[in-house]
Write a protein that binds this ligand. Sequence first.
Ligand code: SF4
Length: 297
Amino acid sequence: MIKEILVEKLITEDSKRARTTQVNVGPSEIGGCQRRLWYRLNAVKPTNTGTSRLAAIMGTSIHTAIEVAFSGDENYLTEVELTHNGLTGHVDLLDVQGKTIWDWKTITKAGSGFFGNEGQIAQLQVYGWLANNCGYEITTLGLVGIPRDGNENDIIEVTCAYDEDKALAYLARLENVKTSFAIPEPEKEQSFCKRFCEFYGTCDGLPENTQQEITNDEVIQLLVQYKSLQEQSKKVGQELDFLKEALKGTTGVTPQGISIKWSQLAGRQSVDEEAVQKLLGYVPKKQGNGYERLTIK
Ligand code: SF4
């Protein structure tokens, strides 16, 4: 099917990019799961190659389009590589006159309420530290959220002041993980790890506990998105049922070429288990492959 070919081609192309082949840990990873960071710092071989990558690939494409749009504008520097004390970061946009660093993030509208989480701020503070140590003067840090499912009016931005103490605290956290012989405890739940962590398998993640309070911003964001889509899907289903009912008995073609006709189809056939039981004395059955059921209320 073309969708499998499409995904394979996107992933192959994405794997060639500098960002996704980087072996050094970058500022973007400092605020995430500390166990994952430890694995990355210790070059542990990934065990989960089936992680969801489409959102990241779409994000990379949007970054490329923005970089092209800003190129040639002398007020801004794009994709600035900054290295200091062995740490390298890639800043999306550096406004030299405005002393501001901007980072583009692709988001969804439903998840916009959680935009500007601690991990994202940690990344920005470290970018600020890198820039200020690489000859730039940065006082402001900014995140711009570009919804994949929205339009220009849905773009949001969040800014905060550069704070060297905060940046140094995040860097100390990185150093802690780097020099630790002990592997940090898992921080994310299995449902997240399976989809998004390349070390799932080596690490089992946190067991699912439906009574436990969920505080992980990324998991909360996914849940909010899911519920929003679930509600939209239910509403669409109800509207389709209403329209179907209202269109009963109508046939023909509209001036736009939309045609409508009704036909009678036979019901789905199924084995008469009672008759088989009478004939054979038992009903032969085979067990299909199991699947995961998701319940979100
Ligand atoms: S599997 Fe989950 S808990 Fe373990 S390192 Fe990855 S994200 Fe962290």
